[in-house]
Design a protein around this ligand. Structure first.
Ligand code: PGA
Length: 251
């Protein structure tokens, strides 16, 4: 990772089709570059696969980075429709989100899949942004820490095997907080991040992990959640493809 500074990761999901993603970048190119020029911020744009190469080209002379939203768990082969981590690296991606709850819920991604994807990313020199978080039901049952620990342990194994010194992010995203404008308290976030920090310290003492938060981040909630001492960044969905909203979060 380029800097130890605060990460603002824009997850555009499938909200901007190819033309919109590019026109959004062209329209705000200078503003994005100005925003990312600050040493305090590291901005990472995550468009869908189709736009990755051109967005990476567009920002290649700035300190802004580009990330994918998922990758294949396989290295190479007859896997129709899949995109390998090697390809992502070749088109200019430095980061890749894995294990987002939308992938886990709608596409049946398991902890083991997330672990294999993480391994592929590390083998190809990309920084994984690993999403973890409990559902509303799991929270009600008091299982938040158990679920998050299971998800984190699953990736620790492959990180240890592939590169115990790697630099990666863990995004705590309570599933019930995504796109809902409902937030955990700062205390709740802190408890979960401490738990994650401890697991990483035990399993991967050499690794460099940035703990980030995601779920309905907007200018107001960002200001508040930033007070959680362990927070090193935000994964932003809905507010990331409206430039004014995104800018307010960053500045
Ligand atoms: P949201 O999405 O900011 O719209 O809640 C965050 C995410 O899904 O990563």
């Amino acid at each position: 990772m380029k800097s130890p500074d605060f990460l603002y990761i824009a997850n555009w999901k499938m909200q901007l089709h190819f033309e919109k993603a590019l026109s959004f970048c062209w329209e705000h190119k200078e503003e994005f570059e100005q925003l990312s020029a600050s040493k305090k911020h590291h901005i990472i744009l995550c468009p869908s696969f189709d736009a990755l190469h051109l967005v990476a080209q567009l920002f290649k002379d700035s300190s802004l980075s580009v990330g994918a939203q998922t990758c294949s768990k396989h290295k190479i082969g007859a896997y129709t429709g899949e995109v390998s981590a090697a390809s992502l690296s070749q088109v200019g991606c430095e980061f890749c989100i894995v294990g987002h709850s939308e992938r886990r819920i709608y596409f049946g991604e398991t902890d083991n899949d997330v672990s294999l994807k993480t391994g592929q990313l590390l083998e190809n020199g990309l920084h994984p942004i690993i999403c973890v978080g409990e559902t509303q039901e799991e929270r009600k049952q008091g299982k938040t820490e158990e679920v998050v620990a299971r998800q984190v342990h699953a990736v620790c194994q492959s990180i240890k095997q592939k590169n115990p010194n790697s630099e990666f992010c863990i995004a705590y995203e309570p599933v019930w907080a995504i796109g809902t404008e409902v937030f955990p308290s700062n205390k709740d976030i802190e408890v979960v991040l401490k738990h994650i920090q401890k697991i990483i310290a035990d399993f991967l003492p050499e690794a460099s992990v940035s703990l980030i938060y995601g779920g309905s981040v907007n200018a107001e909630s960002a200001k508040n959640i930033k007070q959680v001492s362990l927070i090193k960044g935000f994964l932003i969905g809905g507010a990331s493809f409206d430039f004014q909203k995104f800018e307010k979060i960053v500045t």
